[in-house]
Design a protein around this ligand. Structure first.
Ligand code: FES
Length: 146
């Protein structure tokens, strides 16, 4: 069902973890499957993504797509990172089964949410970036626990 690349990234995910004082953090969730993905970006003064980490509470495809998505944006400029769509992530993984396409969308949305957070903090506008729809803020997450 899964390509070798998906299995490989699922078993050995790259860039797992968090970045303290990250330039931008984005958390998105999919209400349907309940999976959550968080991406941390460390962006330098030349707007290059110096480092990126992720945490995914989700299915195997979500772990593999976050791993691949972080690999694809690492060392890139913000503009280049904007080109990393869920399609690009899927292609890099040699495809995903149709029922798992939404998992790759979560990766794209998480990167966009983290870039949005960075843009807001620096009061800049990133060309083509729209306000993330499913960004789950920490406070909201905490509230849900009660
Ligand atoms: Fe929802 Fe994979 S099943 S992210």
């Amino acid at each position: 069902m899964y390509s070798e690349k998906v299995m490989e990234h699922f078993q050995n995910p790259r860039n797992v973890g968090e970045i303290e004082n990250a330039s931008g953090v984005g958390t998105v969730g999919n209400a349907k499957c309940g999976d959550i993905m968080r991406i941390y970006l460390d962006i330098d003064e030349n707007k290059i993504i110096r480092d990126v980490k992720f945490k995914t509470f989700g299915c195997g495809a979500a772990v593999a797509t976050s791993s691949m998505a972080t690999e694809l944006v690492k060392g890139k400029t913000i503009e280049e990172a904007m080109q990393v769509t869920n399609r690009a992530v899927m292609e890099a993984l040699d495809g995903l089964p149709p029922v798992k396409v939404h998992c790759s969308l979560l990766a794209e949305e998480a990167i966009h949410a983290a870039l949005w957070d960075y843009a807001e903090k620096h009061e800049i506008k990133i060309e083509g970036l729209e306000k993330p729809k499913s960004d789950i803020h920490e406070e909201e997450e905490e509230e849900e626990e009660y």
